[in-house]
Design a protein around this ligand. Structure first.
Ligand SMILES: [Zn+2]
Length: 359
């Protein structure tokens, strides 16, 4: 028997349920995380927007196929016009002087073998010698397109690695479904990413269902979709679909009521001051059986709060984008935990969940 946490992205479960997971592990319960949208699709490109949305906006990416890509460095062309020359740029005169020095040094070196080879400091071919950058076996030959394709896969690989590190830290199992993140399914800009799910973009219910059934779940935790990210909405739909499942059977089917639990998406729930289901966009919970209610439940995580913070800090690539740094993340987690605890009369920290129950 396992507690299965469905995460739209690497990091969502640590952010929203890190306290409860630590608490369950202390009680010796099994925890498995199913991370759904951890893939980059065919990985053909990663544009500036995608990089930003995945949390890598200002981070340097190092393609693994080469140590250094010169394509991104602007040419250092000599100019004598001081109004457009950056202060560190050399003038033609200075470059000529440097070239003379280089020629003299080359002569001194090569005369020992009575062979003399010049090299241009301006990266221009001399005496028919090919430029090193033009030789396919030397230097950078990757086009920008190839570099970006590599980077798309790498961004997601790095996020999966952070998720694995968290799973190791939390003593949980992690399963990656590697479905492409929304930014690789054509959603662009916050308006689309936090807007309506496209009609042809189905919830991955069957994929997730197959994984969780074999784990014999004692409970399945899915996001409530606070903040309305499309990937979170689709994972909420998985929970709603599971709850509707008994209707598909003529004989009494598997009963998911009581087992499906919705978690509040942190930090969205903190930013939006979420408190009531009515604050979700209209229609968010359509498809729930009429006789089902979602009842709030508070998990006391006072003793696990610092562990939760440590767990979130493993998602280094996301801390700046979400919080502006690690210290700010810790402060937000503590404030939100205290707020939730206050709502249920606890002194320390709590996380709030919404359990499905038949009325
Ligand atoms: Zn997410």
């Amino acid at each position: 028997m396992t507690h299965v946490f469905v995460a739209p992205h690497p990091d969502d479960v640590a952010l929203s349920c890190g306290g409860l997971i630590a608490s369950l592990r202390e009680l010796g319960q099994n925890v498995a995380i199913v991370t759904v949208f951890s893939g980059s699709g065919d990985g053909t490109a990663l544009n500036g927007y995608q990089r930003e949305a995945l949390g890598f906006g200002s981070k340097a990416l190092w393609p693994n196929s080469e140590a250094f890509n010169r394509a991104s460095i602007r040419g250092d062309y000599p100019t004598d016009d001081p109004s457009i020359a950056p202060p560190w740029a050399a003038t033609s005169d200075r470059l000529d002087a440097t070239q003379d020095d280089a020629d003299a040094a080359a002569k001194r070196f090569w005369q020992r073998s009575s062979w003399y080879r010049r090299a241009s400091i301006r990266n221009k071919p001399l005496a028919g010698q090919p430029l090193i950058d033009d030789l396919p076996t030397q230097g950078a030959v990757m086009t920008e397109e190839l570099t970006e394709a590599a980077a798309a896969g790498e961004v997601m690989a790095r996020r999966r690695l952070e998720d694995e590190q968290f799973a190791y830290f939390a003593e949980a199992a992690v399963i990656f479904l590697d479905l492409p993140d929304a930014v690789f399914r054509g959603y662009e800009g916050d308006e689309e990413l936090l807007g309506a799910v496209r009609e042809d973009d189905d919830a991955p219910t069957e994929r997730v269902r197959r994984e969780i059934i074999r784990l014999e779940p004692q409970a399945v935790y899915v996001p409530l979709g606070v903040g309305n990210h499309v990937d979170h909405q689709l994972c909420r739909q998985v929970g709603i679909d599971l709850l509707a499942e008994s209707r598909r059977w003529v004989m009494p089917g598997p009963e998911w009521a009581g087992k499906v639990v919705f978690y509040e998406d942190f930090p969205y729930t903190w930013w939006h001051d979420f408190d009531r289901l009515e604050q979700l966009p209209a229609g968010a919970l359509d498809g729930l059986d009429q006789d089902l209610i979602l009842a709030p439940e508070y998990a006391d995580v006072g003793d696990q709060l610092e562990r939760k913070i440590r767990g979130i800090s493993l998602y280094e690539s996301q801390l700046d984008r979400l919080f502006g740094g690690e210290a700010q993340m810790a402060a937000a987690v503590r404030s939100h935990g205290a707020k939730m605890a206050g709502l249920c009369g606890l002194a320390g920290a709590a996380e709030r969940y919404w359990r499905s129950l038949r009325a």
